[in-house]
Design a protein around this ligand. Sequence first.
Ligand code: GDP
Length: 199
Amino acid sequence: MANPLAAATYKLAAHLPRQLPPDTAREVAFAGRSNAGKSTALNALCHQNRLAKTSKTPGRTQQLVYFEVQPERYLVDLPGYGYAQVPEDLRAHWQQFINRYFETRQSLAGLIVVMDVRHPLRDYDRQMLAFAISRNLPAHCLLTKSDKLGRGEQSKTLAAVRKQLLADFGDSVGVQLFSGDSKIGVDEARGVIAGWLQL
Ligand code: GDP
């Protein structure tokens, strides 16, 4: 099957709410702690090497970055989080922007939470999932860098995270193994996203 996300191109970066595209589209947001592998996941999903910039520079993506898959269908790269170096005022600005985005954005059709398979369900991940649940938005977790674990550890972690999600958030949150590097779970994740975007 052709990859429905392969046509993704950079659309815009928004630092303020008024810079967002008109709220009449369908979009899927990607959240994750810095270094969780979000850029790598976006690149793998869209089958492009340099769409989202992979970088170890802390806090470099301080915007909501929009990628257009087709007219009025977007993937949204939310700012990474988790580096202590981000100044307090910038952090507050982001907190406010993200809160407002989650509360008001009608176009938002689903949330992908990218988590390192070796460090799942940290505070930030839980906060993002809570946002989604609070407005009945479907959410789906990618356990990235799964290639770093053996088969046995992979299934054990997947089962443990699934159980924890069910206990804490109910059954509206999905989870799967993922690796942008070895392409584990890429088709499965694409299917979820394409469904949410009605591609
Ligand atoms: P981001 O900050 O969440 O966008 O994370 P990046 O995509 O920039 O990745 C952070 C680091 O993890 C980089 O060194 C990547 O090469 C590495 N990484 C990301 N995804 C994978 C993966 O699937 N497997 C492995 N082994 N490393 C990965």
